[in-house]
Design a protein around this ligand. Structure first.
Ligand SMILES: Nc1ncnc2c1ncn2[C@@H]1O[C@H](COP(=O)(O)OP(=O)(O)OP(=O)(O)O)[C@@H](O)[C@H]1O
Ligand SMILES: [Mg+2]
Length: 237
């Protein structure tokens, strides 16, 4: 579905992503784990069309094998690939529901949008309870849920999540990961960027470890969970 081939990202003289190749098969959860600064966000920001200095190929089957690196961010969202950015970038002065509707800005199917609002509220009953609350007054965890819900409102085939568990209490991390599994069970393909390697590997069909910009290890989530190198470096020994 999504094939990233020899992706490179540069910021001025910094070579942040080095020949990264990742395959995200349709209907699967693929995770990208790694330490701070490993290049995880840069990778999915490049796939989203947000970075200028890139090379390589991002082939997306759903859009006639086009290289996403040559498309604009809006074209990429329209083709069905959406990112939920790091750090809960919701609009604080708009209500929960207004934030969700913004996620559907590319859509013209009004009935479909209404259905999807209901669907997001089913996934996140807390958002439904707070539909009229301003985004900025939500708790951190609720804002994270809103960010995920908003990304879903574009009706993507592939959703890329940048550290959805960042800063959440353990119980809420569990809840967010359960919802990611649920979204996947309902047919969405997921590319999950995480520092919480344990939680991510547990739900991932396949995983890649990024180290200083390059893939250092890859394999099925369960295999990497048991890998001594992963245990040592990312799971606290
Ligand atoms: N706009 C930028 N200008 C210059 N350097 C950048 C920029 N954005 C990222 N970098 C650098 O690129 C490298 C990779 O950053 P990136 O944000 O992709 O890492 P990450 O794996 O997402 O880390 P984290 O887990 O901390 O979010 C880092 O060394 C970072 O300092
Ligand atoms: Mg990051």
């Amino acid at each position: 579905m999504l094939k990233i081939k020899n992706l490179n990202v540069y910021y001025g003289g910094i070579h942040a992503v080095k020949d990264v190749s990742i395959h995200v098969p349709e209907g699967k959860i693929v995770t990208l784990i790694g330490a701070n600064g490993a290049g995880k966000s840069s990778t999915i920001r490049a796939i989203s069309g947000l970075l200028k200095h890139t090379s390589g190929e991002v082939v997306y089957n759903g859009a006639g094998n086009a290289n996403l690196l040559k498309k604009t961010p809006e074209e990429i969202v329209r083709s069905g690939v959406v990112m939920c950015p790091e750090g809960r970038r919701i609009l604080p002065h708009l209500t929960v529901e207004e934030n969700l509707r913004l996620g559907a800005y590319i859509r013209t199917d009004k009935d479909g949008v209404e259905k999807d609002i209901d669907w997001v509220y089913e996934l996140f009953p807390r958002l439904k309870e707070r539909s009229w609350q301003k985004g900025g007054t939500l708790s951190g965890g609720e804002q994270q849920m809103l960010a995920v819900g908003r990304a879903l409102m574009s009706r993507p085939n592939v959703i890329m999540l940048d550290e959805p568990s960042l800063g959440l209490a353990p119980l809420l991390v569990r809840e967010v990961f359960d919802i990611i599994e649920e979204i996947n069970a309902q047919g969405k393909t997921v590319l999950l960027v995480e520092q919480n390697a344990f939680a991510a590997l547990k739900i991932a069909h396949y995983a890649y470890v990024l180290e200083v910009g390059a893939v250092s290890l890859e394999g099925p989530g369960q295999e990497l969970l048991a890998d001594p190198r992963v245990k040592e470096a990312y799971l606290g020994g």
